[in-house]
Design a protein around this ligand. Structure first.
Ligand code: 5GP
Ligand code: MN
Length: 333
């Protein structure tokens, strides 16, 4: 693993006419916050440049972020057709490696200069020409904050980055919260936005159906490996019954993880015929990033995911074999 120095965003972008920014498919709070924080910052430094965020539509809870409605969703091939975007001079992949950019991967590949800002241990070397990947960092939003020249920081940028930080740290509760994470967050709240409201409205608040499906997932969860592991599966039929989509399932796996005695929680939801999105959480005895990476996904030691094909039973069997091995032999075996 290379040790990575901070990059000078202004220098990297000053000669560019067009700049693209994107993050991973199914963008979460950190991905949205980091992309928008970076966008608002670059727009402020370089008002004359054409700067665009290419991202799947974020959940409505993020509508409070300034200029979120300027995100371009028409790129690559969608249900509406294919949209060609001329190559950008600079393109940022934020909160992921280039292979998780989805429809934006080809825009990244076509760009003259590719910059990767990430904090996933499974992307430690980075996938850009210029990389700033710090696996220890709480969030991509914290990394973007590190790269911002303070004279340009304002309440809108601060709020976007703060949202990202609270989402990836579980409101500064998870073990990825470091002293510098809190110092950064302290600086951000100094810009004076209503952070208790923001935490409630973007992190804790759930709609009625989101709570219903959470309840359903908990009710149908199954303990195994002597109660050290828990799994729950939501199929397409159940999602349709409650009228929910993937964005409504956030937080279920975290609720499973905090069951007393559980070391590792798995949550699956059906994304297609014999296809499931897998989310895993660990309390520290299991490195779920290793398990995800072995199945073509990635993430962090305590929070990781992948997409797997097969029946849910086969998927759970394959995952539990790896989890059991780690529980018996230790994380580093
Ligand atoms: P979640 O379970 O909330 O979807 O994701 C947990 C963590 O694992 C996040 O940091 C997320 O970016 C990462 N992750 C989730 N799914 C995948 C995947 O399919 N591939 C990779 N590389 N990372 C993933
Ligand atoms: Mn992140």
């Amino acid at each position: 693993m290379k040790s990575m120095n901070k990059i000078d965003l202004i220098k990297e972008c000053e000669s560019a006419g067009t700049i693209g920014i994107s993050g991973h498919i199914r963008p979460d709070g950190d991905c949205v916050g980091a992309c928008m924080g970076l966008y608002l910052y670059l727009k402020k430094v370089f008002p004359e440049k054409e700067i665009t965020v290419y991202l799947e539509k974020p959940a409505d809870i993020f509508n409070c972020i300034k200029d979120i409605d300027r995100i371009e969703q028409r790129y690559g091939c969608t249900d509406e057709g294919c949209f060609f975007i001329p190559p950008r001079d600079v393109f940022f992949a934020v909160d992921c490696s280039k292979d998780r950019l989805g429809r934006a991967e080809s825009l990244f590949d076509a760009a003259t200069k590719k910059i990767n800002i990430d904090h996933h241990v499974t992307n430690a070397d980075g996938t850009g020409d210029v990389n700033y990947v710090i696996p220890d960092a709480s969030s991509a939003s914290e990394l973007v904050c590190n790269l911002i020249e303070e004279e340009y920081m304002d309440v809108d940028i601060a709020m976007a980055l703060y949202i990202g930080m609270i989402h990836d740290t579980g409101v500064f509760q998870y073990s990825n919260t470091k002293p510098e994470t809190l110092q950064t967050a302290a600086k951000l709240i100094g810009y004076g936005f209503n952070f208790p409201k923001l935490i409630d409205e973007t992190f804790y608040e759930k709609t009625y159906v989101q709570n219903q499906i959470l309840g359903r997932a908990l009710l149908e969860s199954i303990l195994f490996l002597d109660g050290k592991c828990v799994v729950s599966v939501i199929d397409k039929k159940t999602m349709n019954f409650y009228g929910v989509g993937p964005k409504d399932l956030d937080g279920i796996v975290n609720q499973l993880r905090i069951i007393k005695g559980v070391e590792c929680a798995i949550f699956l939801y059906e994304t297609g015929t014999l296809e499931y999105k897998v989310s895993m959480r660990s309390c520290g005895k299991v490195d779920v990033s290793k398990i995800s990476a072995a199945f073509g996904g990635g993430g962090h030691m305590r929070a990781a995911g992948c997409t797997l094909n097969g029946t849910s039973h086969d998927i759970i069997n394959n995952l539990s074999e790896q989890i059991e091995k780690q529980l018996i032999d230790g994380v580093n075996a």
